[in-house]
Design a protein around this ligand. Structure first.
Ligand code: SAH
Length: 268
């Protein structure tokens, strides 16, 4: 099973659902399934996702997708690693869109396997627009997003009567986004995706926006995988840079902030 990084065209075009009676010259296109692979563990994907993977001719997967997840696809399926962290070079989203469209023009079942849920911080919208523009049929299969896997690992309900009635799923905020943090700080529980490199700045901004320095913080790294690690601290400690040494820059991590995380983190 080889993983291909940049192949754009596939050998042997697929002529689709035409029967022997079909005399039309037009080439049919295949169907693309944007499937949520879940947070990492190969068995945290939906039954529907696994069934579709088993039928795949091509699987285009994110860097975050665990290699074992690809075992759900038949050995004959072409595996193509796409995404920013794959290989030596990063692919632009535009290029990824073109790869998916090209694959659908040549194969019946194209799976675009995306980490977590496709509709959260997954650039799914661009891929859907590209497929629509090319007239290619597609379907979305939801997946377990990292925040929910993180909550499960922490054994922490993100909502809690009288404590947390709102949850914000947020992507990292540059230092310039102080206004955005100001608004977000009103959510009872916050889960930052892709926030690792800005964790300290986010904590400072949250405190500036009025959240107490004593607010509990949990950081969950590589949740649901064998490499999972968890760290418990407070907003003030995070703002002072206490997590900097602990964080592994090669692993995905979530920054979870809010009263619900108090006492829920058993650091292993
Ligand atoms: N669509 C994905 C998110 C993609 S953005 C989803 O729904 O989960 C990538 C970010 O997700 C990472 O930078 C990290 O913040 C988070 N993430 C994804 N998988 C993770 C994991 N197993 N553990 C911790 N964070 C994870």
């Amino acid at each position: 099973m080889s993983t291909t990084h940049t192949e754009r065209t596939e050998a042997g075009g697929w002529v689709g659902a035409s029967t022997s009676h079909d005399t039309r010259q037009t080439k049919r296109t295949g169907k693309v399934y944007l499937i949520g692979a879940g947070p990492g563990a190969a068995d945290l994907i939906t039954v529907r996702g696994v069934r579709l993977l088993a039928k795949a001719d091509v699987v285009m997967h994110d860097a975050l997708v665990e290699p074992a997840m690809l075992d759900h696809a038949p050995p004959r399926a072409r595996r193509v690693a796409v995404g920013k962290r794959c290989g030596q070079h990063s692919m632009t989203q535009h290029f990824i869109n073109e790869l998916i469209v090209d694959a659908a023009r040549q194969h019946a079942v194209v799976v675009r396997l995306k980490g977590g849920d496709p509709m959260l911080f997954g650039r799914a919208d661009e891929e859907m627009r590209a497929l629509e523009a090319a007239g290619i049929e597609y379907e979305i299969v939801p997946g377990i997003t990292a925040a929910l896997a993180g909550a499960a690992s922490l054994r922490c309900s993100l909502t809690l009567r009288g404590v947390s009635r709102s949850v914000a799923l947020v992507t990292r905020s540059r230092a310039a986004d102080t206004g955005a943090i100001q608004e977000l700080a009103n959510a009872d529980s916050l889960v930052f995706y892709m926030g690792r490199d800005d964790a300290q700045a986010i904590a400072r901004q949250m405190i500036n926006a009025g959240r107490s320095g004593a607010t509990p913080v949990a950081i969950v790294e590589a949740c649901s995988t064998g490499d999972e690690r968890r760290l418990a601290l407070t907003l003030a400690r995070l703002a002072h840079g206490e997590a900097q040494q602990w964080l592994d820059r090669s692993k995905p991590s979530l920054l979870m902030i809010g009263t619900v995380f108090a006492g829920r983190v058993e650091v292993r």
